[in-house]
Design a binder for this molecule. Structure first.
Ligand SMILES: CC(C)(COP(=O)(O)OP(=O)(O)OC[C@H]1O[C@@H](n2cnc3c(N)ncnc32)[C@H](O)[C@@H]1OP(=O)(O)O)[C@@H](O)C(=O)NCCC(=O)NCCS
Length: 212
């Protein structure tokens, strides 16, 4: 079994622990060594059965260790990954829930998390450190760039391309062929029917910009 630490002991961190436990039920692959969190107040606490074993800097004192980013905010994910890339001993992996359906010709970079109930259709391209929360459909030929977070129940139709660090709210959807620029926030329940060419926050049906 390979050692893995979960970065972030908050809500999504706990979900990542559950995801890893479900992977292990199929095939004993991971030994969860604990949570890593920069919050000094929770050091040593046991959360859902796993101890908070240190802050991010403490990781450099381990031997070879895999990490998974249990945080949802795209900018925060990027900052943490940039710190972790300094540590030679830290490795990244993809975590894919056994219930996820991944079609042939889907490509995955590294550091991605694909939670329970997802369906990724043929030729979808998932770059790096993308989080796809519960029960989404990612259509054929969709491209999800680095650090995107997709909330539960999102449906992206075929040939949608999403720029890096975009945050896609729960139950939103995109019609086919849409391009969404990087650093965009799509509100919960929104329907994207036109390309989004300027970063900002977009909500509603059809989705319109509410603020920068
Ligand atoms: C879009 C979003 C990021 C905006 O949050 P915010 O910056 O705190 O903005 P506010 O709540 O102040 O809302 C600003 C305005 O947009 C409206 N609005 C916010 N979210 C909306 C949505 N999803 N659909 C339609 N209108 C929305 C608000 O009603 C408000 O309008 P008003 O000024 O007329 O009252 C947030 O509401 C949202 O939808 N987040 C997605 C959350 C999610 O999917 N979480 C999953 C976690 S796993």
């Amino acid at each position: 079994m390979k050692n893995i630490a979960i970065i972030g002991a908050g809500s999504f961190g706990r979900e990542v622990a559950w995801l890893i436990e479900d992977i292990n039920k199929k095939k004993k692959e991971w030994n969860i060594v604990g949570f890593i969190d920069d919050n000094e107040e929770i050091q040593g606490k046991v959360i859902n059965g796993y101890k908070v074993i240190g802050n991010i800097d403490s990781l450099k004192d381990h031997g070879e260790i895999y990490v998974s980013i249990g945080l949802g905010t795209p900018n925060v994910k990027e900052k943490i990954v940039n710190r972790l890339r300094q540590f030679q001993n830290v490795k990244f992996t993809n975590l894919i829930h056994p219930s996820a359906i991944i079609a042939p010709y889907v490509s995955l970079g590294i550091g991605n998390i694909i939670c329970a109930g997802n369906i990724l259709a043929v030729n979808a391209r998932i770059e790096n450190f993308v989080t796809i929360n519960l029960k989404c459909t990612i259509g054929h030929d969709v491209i999800l760039n680095d650090f995107i977070t997709v909330a539960p129940g999102v449906n992206l139709s075929g040939f949608v391309t999403v720029g890096k660090k975009t945050d896609i709210g729960t139950n939103s959807c995109c019609i086919q062929g849409i391009n969404i620029v990087e650093n965009t926030i799509i509100g919960a329940g929104s329907v994207v029917v036109r390309d989004i060419t300027e970063p900002g926050t977009y909500v509603g049906v059809p989705a319109r910009k509410v603020f920068n």
